[in-house]
Design a protein around this ligand. Structure first.
Ligand code: P6P
Length: 339
């Protein structure tokens, strides 16, 4: 059977013109090409002098890994000249990145976390790139793009996806017509479709959370996790497994492929009482999870309904198996009433 490349898939989607305008197809192909280059850099490891940290911190106050900056530069360089974008925003940059005047401007905004899970780089665990595409407001046509132009709710995304750099390099993408997976054929340099219209398995007993934060959780989260740790002997009546990779891309990919629930809930420890960022982590992942038949909330409301107020704002994340997410929401509401 002829292998479907990313390019072929996108051209076929473009033929359904209302689904994929040409400019958006070219943007996605550009991002995918940059992810191939990032995959190559990640794969070099210590041989490519891409490991280790810099003396700098990013806007989040986190020490930057060399690969954070390398991947950020790769994505900026690949996307700034093509004419598809009005501006870009990245976890690694405090302010937005307007397209330089020497290049044509387009109608889309690209947001990304260039290397998510970067603390895993030095110990050879999977990391990834997360991206989200919005339309630039029409008002941008006659003026410079501002941060406010990016502050659109998650349901305004026109495309979202991630690349995961693990034993394989895999690109997972949605343009609103389902979730599609492509595996990098390193010999040819093409993204080859390896899963189509993905629907995440439901009813699987596997949860992902950083248990060391137990003391910081709200009562609803604590109740949900404690019950699952009790397993069949407890109120939920069945045994659960736990996984935590400290790389959102790897945890979400596992959930898309084999089900379960991922939680990085609000807590009392981190600034803004949450760790994950809304615009370029939670929104794109929630878009994919909903497209694959799952649910994604901040523990109370759908993440895609959250109204952004700042480019780097954080949000609690509970996503994956619909029934499990609903239990977490119910426990959260019961705890609020009891308080
Ligand atoms: P912790 C990686 O830094 C990240 O942003 C996500 O990819 C991951 O889910 C989370 O933070 C891990 O956080 O506190 O367990 O190290």
């Amino acid at each position: 059977m002829a292998r479907t490349t990313l390019t072929r898939f996108l051209i076929e989607q473009q033929r359904k013109a209302d689904v994929l305008p040409g400019e958006l197809r070219l943007l996605i192909e550009t991002v995918a090409r940059a992810c191939k280059t990032i995959s190559h850099s990640v794969g070099k490891g210590a041989l490519g002098e891409v490991l280790g940290s810099l003396d700098s911190e990013n806007v989040q106050g986190e020490v930057q890994k060399k690969l954070d900056v390398i991947a950020n530069e790769l994505l900026l360089d690949a996307n700034e000249w093509g004419g598809h974008l009005a501006a870009m925003a990245s976890e690694e940059m405090e302010t937005i990145y307007p397209i330089p005047n020497r290049y044509p401007k387009g109608e889309y905004l690209l947001l990304f976390d260039p290397i998510d899970g970067s603390s895993n780089i030095d110990v050879d665990l999977s990391v990834g790139t997360i991206f989200s595409v919005l339309r630039a407001p029409e008002a941008c046509a006659g003026r410079d793009v501002t941060e406010e132009d990016f502050l659109q709710g998650g349901r305004s995304q026109v495309a979202a996806g991630y690349a995961i750099y693990g034993p394989q390099s895999i690109l997972v993408l949605s343009i609103g017509t389902g979730v599609y997976e492509f595996t990098l054929d390193r010999e040819v340099g093409s993204w080859i479709m390896t899963d189509a219209d993905m629907k995440m398995p439901q009813g699987k007993c596997e949860f992902a959370i950083n248990m060391s934060n137990r003391r910081q959780w709200s009562p609803g989260i604590a109740r949900y996790v404690d019950e699952r740790v009790l397993g069949a002997a407890g109120p939920c009546g069945k045994d659960y497994n736990m996984r935590w990779t400290a790389s959102m891309v790897a945890d979400v990919h596992r959930i898309l492929k084999r089900g379960g629930i991922f939680m990085y809930p609000y807590d009392d420890r981190t600034p803004g009482k949450a760790k994950l960022r809304l615009m370029y982590e939670a929104n794109p992942m929630s878009y994919l999870i909903e497209q694959a038949g799952g649910a994604a909330t901040d523990g109370f409301i759908p993440i895609l309904d959250a109204e952004p107020t700042a480019l780097h704002q954080r949000i609690g994340v509970v996503l994956g198996d619909k029934a499990e997410v609903e239990i977490v929401t119910a426990y959260g509401r019961e705890a609020e009433v009891a308080a």
